[in-house]
Design a protein. Structure first.
Length: 243
C-alpha cells in the first residue's frame, strides 16, 4: 500500500434512528497516514458517522462504507472490529470494577492473550500513558476523568487497529490533560495508525489533523486541509469563538 491509499471510504451515506434522519448523503475518506477530523455542533451527525462505520447502530438506509476496499455494510460490530477498526466512544466507558490492566486486556479480546505481540502492545500503551502504568492495579472507576480517557484510548490500541476512531477525547478535561491526550494522539498517528477524530474543540483538532470535514444537520458543508479550515472565517466564528 502507498501512503495515499484510502483506508476508509464513506459514500453518500444516509442514516436513520427510527423516523429521525441523522445523515443526508455524507461522503468522506481517510487515507493511510492521516488524521481526519469531523467538526460541527451538537446534533450535527458526527457521532452517528462513527457508529455507522463501527456498526453499533443499524440505521444505514443508503450509501456505502468501505474499509480497505471491502464493504462493511450489514456486518455486526464484532466482525467490523476484527477487520481492524477500533471505536473509542464518547464518555470513555471504562469498566469501573475492573483494574486498569484488565480494562486494557479486554481491548485485546480478539487476539491471543498471552502472545508476545499483545505483551509488547501493553508496554506501548504504558509508555504512551505512564499514569496507566502507575495505576495498573487500580480499578478503572477510581481514576480521574483524564486517566479514564487515557485508559479508553489505550484499550482501543490493544485491539491493534488499522483505523482508530476517537469520539470527543477532550470532553470535560482540563486543558493540561487535553494537551497530553492530543500529544498521544499525534504519536499514535506517527506510529502508523490512521485516525478519524470527532472533536468539538476545533482548535486542538485542527492542530493535529491533516484534513477536516464540517458537518451541519447531517450534511457535510465544508471540507479542506486543516490549515485552510483554521483560516476559514465561518469556522473561526462558529467553532473557534474568534470574531
Amino acid at each position: 500500500m502507498t501512503m495515499k491509499d484510502t483506508i476508509l471510504e464513506i459514500k453518500d451515506l444516509h442514516f436513520q434512528y427510527g423516523e429521525i434522519v441523522a445523515l443526508h448523503g455524507v461522503s468522506l475518506t481517510v487515507k493511510e497516514g492521516e488524521i481526519v477530523t469531523l467538526l460541527g455542533g451538537n446534533g450535527a451527525g458526527k457521532t452517528t458517522t462513527l457508529t455507522a462505520v463501527s456498526g453499533i447502530y443499524r440505521g444505514i438506509t443508503k450509501g456505502e462504507v468501505n474499509f480497505m476496499g471491502e464493504s462493511l455494510k450489514g456486518l455486526p460490530p464484532h466482525k467490523i472490529a476484527a477487520k481492524g477498526i477500533a471505536h473509542c466512544f464518547e464518555g470513555r466507558r471504562v469498566f469501573p470494577q475492573l483494574t486498569v490492566r484488565e480494562n486494557l486486556m479486554l481491548g485485546a479480546y480478539l487476539r491471543p492473550q498471552k502472545s508476545k505481540e499483545v505483551a509488547d502492545d501493553l508496554e506501548y500503551v504504558f509508555d504512551l500513558f505512564p499514569r496507566l502504568r502507575e495505576r495498573e492495579k487500580q480499578d478503572g472507576g477510581t481514576l480521574s476523568g483524564g486517566e479514564q480517557q487515557m485508559l479508553a484510548v489505550g484499550r482501543a490500541l490493544m485491539q491493534k487497529p488499522k483505523l482508530l476512531m476517537l469520539d470527543e477525547p477532550s470532553l470535560g478535561l482540563a486543558p493540561i490533560i487535553v494537551e497530553d491526550i492530543f500529544k498521544a494522539i499525534k504519536k499514535i498517528n506517527q506510529d502508523g495508525v490512521p485516525i478519524l477524530l470527532v472533536e468539538q474543540n476545533c482548535n486542538v483538532a485542527l492542530e493535529v489533523a491533516d484534513r477536516g470535514y464540517v458537518l451541519e444537520t447531517g450534511n457535510i458543508v465544508i471540507e479542506d486541509v486543516a490549515e485552510k479550515l483554521m483560516e476559514n472565517e465561518a469556522i473561526r466564528k462558529s467553532y473557534m469563538g474568534i470574531e
